[in-house]
Design a protein around this ligand. Structure first.
Ligand code: XMP
Length: 479
């Protein structure tokens, strides 16, 4: 592959775990086509794996270090060029480096970690104990830029327009005269994928839009209006509400819900694909999906399912079961990049600016069994929250906001009556990629207003609470 540089990422394992991924020493001796040594940046686990090979010592920390720390820079050249001393970095590790390999020196430390960043004296090898790739590390982006551009000599010449042209050409080449189907959810990713493919191959794309019974208020109608009436895409809309809800009856375990929804989706989708094939007299050979890079990372693990955080049904399932070749134009992109591409392709802001919505929909926002009644309550609560966010101009300031219905009843009072009804949780987070997130500091008055409306307007809810946990350690969805 002749890379310009190598980043050894962090990971969920400890280097001491059985079967933990180990680094082949050859990676540390690589040279580039001009004969210069290949630069390496090890992050957290990557640093530990690299340092061990080089003769350093890694040990479990007494206490797992998690959260913010101030970085004190001992050598500002190279990796830390322009990074302010004392800037915030995000730590998340159980093991740490306790002895440097020979020829390595410390280039930064924190109050808790005497070895927070290292550099080799011999080769362009660097390591950081903290996570520059998360937004909470203030100068993380600059640090990665310093490594990629300054140390590795890469250029930043990726543009949206060049991406769109390249992908359209690639799609045409791959697809030839064949037909493609795409599972449209109305979310940003599949919507942008649909329009990109439509531009590339026109009516040889057919989108299948399934009502899985766990969509938000008004969504089923809105999505059809946008894609069929506005974009004139070939759209097959299948209302399978009863099938999904019947199968979800009495199921509380979130992973089971995901599997049921995933399997039912495959069935419904398969049937729809067959119908399309009969109508067109030609079996679609390709399946396009709006899979993003974070879906890929969170759904795969180096070894077995142990570190799979959640089974995102849009990644697994469909391709294996349906025997299609898969087209995933955004597999290496993050959501903000896909939004940019959507804008370039002329998608309305209502779609590109839309908050992410999980494939298993409201089923993972009802803690406990999903019923038609609980869905009706949650839809109303969610709609009020979103409507108020839009009205107050706050919608675009958060990554995602939604309501969650808890299987907990508490006492309330309405008029002179005692009530015993459900708790509704409101969740709003800020994030750039959904991989880490912080709870959004929404104004008190706004939250008070939303709470009032929900508790007063919705029968079945007498209490609203606001979630103040960050990811990690919490996740965005409650499940
Ligand atoms: P978590 O809850 O894992 O969510 O912190 C991270 C982001 O992913 C979304 N999410 C999903 N998106 N299919 C999707 O397309 C899914 O199965 C799924 N599960 C979670 C979640 O809404 C958040 O934006």
């Amino acid at each position: 592959m002749n890379p310009q540089g190598i980043v050894l990422s962090g990971g969920p394992c400890s280097v001491f775990d059985e079967g933990a991924p180990q680094l082949d020493a050859a990676f540390l001796e690589m040279t580039r086509s001009d004969g210069s040594p290949t630069p390496v940046l090890g992050i957290c686990y990557g640093l530990q794996a690299m340092a061990r090979l080089e003769g350093g010592e890694v040990a479990p920390a007494e206490r797992r270090e998690f959260g913010r720390a101030h970085l004190h820079i001992d050598d500002a050249a190279g990796l830390f060029q322009g990074v302010p001393d004392g800037s915030i970095v995000w730590m998340s590790h159980g093991d740490h480096l306790t002895r440097l390999p020979s020829n390595y020196r410390v280039i930064a430390h924190t109050g808790n970690a005497p070895i927070a960043a290292v550099a080799s004296d011999r080769l362009p090898h660097y390591g950081v104990q903290f996570h520059p790739e998360v937004v909470h590390t203030a100068a993380g982006r600059l640090l990665i830029e310093n490594f990629a551009m300054g140390i590795c000599g890469c250029r930043g010449d990726w543009t949206r327009a060049s991406f769109v042209d390249e992908k359209k050409r690639e799609i045409r080449e791959t697809v030839g005269d064949a037909h493609v189907i795409l599972g449209l959810s109305g979310g940003v990713d599949s919507s942008v994928a649909a329009v990109l493919l439509h531009e590339a191959i026109g009516d040889r794309l057919t989108c299948i839009y399934v009502n899985n019974g766990v969509l938000r208020k008004g969504e089923w109608e809105e999505v059809q209006a946008v894609f069929r009436d506005h974009f004139h895409l070939r759209l097959k809309a299948v209302d399978a509400t009863d099938l999904f809800l019947d199968r979800l009856a009495d199921v509380s375990d979130p992973e089971k819900k995901r599997k049921i929804i995933g399997n039912a989706f495959v069935e419904v989708f398969d049937r729809a694909a067959h119908e399309i094939a009969e109508e067109a007299g030609d079996r679609p050979a390709f399946l396009a999906q709006g899979t993003l890079y974070p879906d890929v990372i969170e759904s795969v693990s180096f070894k077995g399912p142990s570190a799979t955080i959640k089974t995102h049904h849009n990644v697994g399932g469909l391709p294996e079961k349906l025997d299609f070749e898969v087209i995933e134009p955004f597999r290496e992109l993050f959501k903000d990049e896909v939004r940019e591409i959507g804008r370039l392709l002329g998608l309305p802001e209502l779609i590109v600016g839309r908050h992410p919505f999980p494939g298993p929909g409201l089923a993972v926002r009802i803690v406990g069994p999903v019923t038609r009644e609980s869905l009706a309550i949650l839809r109303e609560a969610d709609a009020i929250f979103i409507e108020e966010l839009r009205l107050s101009g706050l919608y675009d300031t958060v990554w995602q906001a939604f309501a969650v219905l808890l299987p907990v009843q508490t006492v309330g009072v309405m008029g002179d009556e005692r009530t015993y009804e459900n708790v509704c949780a409101l969740r709003a987070v800020t994030s750039v990629d959904g991989m880490t997130a912080d709870w959004a500091r929404l104004p008190d008055d706004f939250l008070a207003h939303v709470s009032n409306r929900i508790v007063n307007e919705i029968r079945g809810v007498n209490r609203a609470v606001y979630d103040i946990s960050s990811k990690p350690p919490a996740t965005i969805e409650w499940e």
